[in-house]
Design a protein around this ligand. Structure first.
Ligand SMILES: Nc1ncnc2c1ncn2[C@@H]1O[C@H](COP(=O)(O)OP(=O)(O)O)[C@@H](O)[C@H]1O
Ligand SMILES: [Mg+2]
Length: 365
């Protein structure tokens, strides 16, 4: 798994033979800086690039994903013959589910992964759902439901990656699971920190904790139409990026202290996440956070404050490290595909019906 943050390629070895999925081994594989910079550039629809570059990056990221998988397996001490399959999300380059001809494009050639690892690979998870009329996202809710649905408590699983998404898990078995992207998670805070502190992230949210909220800027950002759209909905770097932020800062015609912008970005994520939960899951009593944003103490503090008496946990409190849930979800989705079971939830993505997601690229015989 490599998400919108492009912080690392997360590789996990998961054992599904027991009652609950067991995380056997993990490995965060570094993305070389030059490759990452090219991927970020190509993700911005305003940048011009050659088709040839996209095709080359498809192979390069395929090689990177294979390297991540090979390193993981080697470190785990398992033999390759013991591994049933690799599930690979790919790197999202563009996600445009609301276009006249909707699409979601992930790269990281699965043929390359199979040749480099020898292991059957499942990839291209999003496009079948889009073809069935869905957003192609979010796809993690089915796995969240499998792991965390409770008969006693109405829960929400909140995944804070580059973007943030929620999965609503009602306790009543007759109520459907739902969920959607709420907007930016860490992406804007990351980009602002990269630009001004030359750091990949605002560690623990310390910078955000040092400033004040700029309410004029916050108001302008909150007006982005994505936030008031009803679900199903999903988003990405196409909408929320540094250009978007800088354009809105300019419109405020005011000089902001950089740290105050960071505090305001943190508030934007906290506000949009909690408003989504309060509007669409008012009955929920437990919120389980996963994704890298669980480590941002400023963000977590603001989310808890805005949620009032709903109890905020991380998935760690339920025995699963928040950093690996999304990667585990794609192992689980690959398993669903191998077993010819659907991976999407139509109530979440808006698809016309459940579908078996992805393509299977057979390993060596
Ligand atoms: N200690 C930390 N303090 C603040 N933010 C963190 C910390 N650790 C991770 N993050 C945030 O989490 C992001 C990665 O989260 P992740 O769930 O991998 O997102 P994605 O799925 O988009 O790759 C980082 O880019 C960073 O913003
Ligand atoms: Mg990541």
């Amino acid at each position: 798994m490599s998400g919108t943050s492009m912080d690392s390629v997360d590789a996990v070895l998961v054992d599904f033979s027991g009652q609950k999925p067991e995380l056997v081994h993990t490995h965060a594989h570094q993305i070389p800086a030059k490759l990452r910079a090219e991927l970020v550039t190509i993700c911005n629809p305003r940048n011009k690039y050659k088709l040839e570059d996209l095709a080359r990056l498809d192979i390069q990221t395929g090689l990177l994903f294979a390297e991540a998988a090979n390193t993981l397996i080697k470190q785990s001490g398992y033999r390759k013959t013991q591994i049933k399959a690799i599930g690979c999300h790919g790197q999202t380059i563009q996600h445009q589910p609301d276009y006249e001809f909707p699409f979601s494009l992930q790269i990281g050639d699965p043929n390359t992964i199979v040749e480099q690892t020898g292991i059957t690979t499942v990839a291209d998870f999003r496009r079948r759902d889009i073809a069935a009329g869905g957003q192609g996202a979010p796809l993690v809710p089915a796995f969240h439901a499998d792991l965390f649905r409770s008969r006693k408590f109405d829960r929400v699983v909140l995944n804070i990656g580059g973007m943030a998404n929620i999965t609503i898990l009602p306790s009543g078995s007759n109520q459907p699971v739902s969920g959607f992207d709420t907007g930016p998670g860490n992406i804007l805070m990351d980009e602002w920190t990269r630009k001004h502190l030359k750091q990949p992230m605002d560690k623990d949210g310390a910078w955000a904790a040092s400033g004040k909220i700029e309410s004029v800027l916050l108001e302008k950002m909150m007006k982005e139409k994505f936030f008031s759209q009803p679900p199903p909905k999903s988003t990405g770097r196409e909408t929320f990026n540094l250009d978007w932020l800088e354009k809105l800062i300019k419109r405020c015609r005011k000089r902001f202290i950089r740290k105050n912008v960071q505090t305001t970005l943190c508030e934007l994520s906290a506000r949009t996440i909690t408003e989504a939960i309060l509007q669409y899951a008012p009955e929920s009593t437990e919120i389980l956070v996963c994704g890298g944003g669980a480590h941002n103490l400023s963000l977590m503090f603001r989310i808890q404050a805005l949620l009032g008496n709903k109890r905020l946990f991380t998935t760690e409190d339920y025995g699963l490290d928040p950093d690996w849930i999304e990667a585990m979800a794609f192992a689980w989705l690959a398993k669903q595909t191998m077993e010819e079971k659907p991976g999407n939830i139509p109530e979440v993505t808006g698809a016309r019906h459940p579908v078996v997601l992805g393509g299977i690229y057979k390993g060596r015989c």
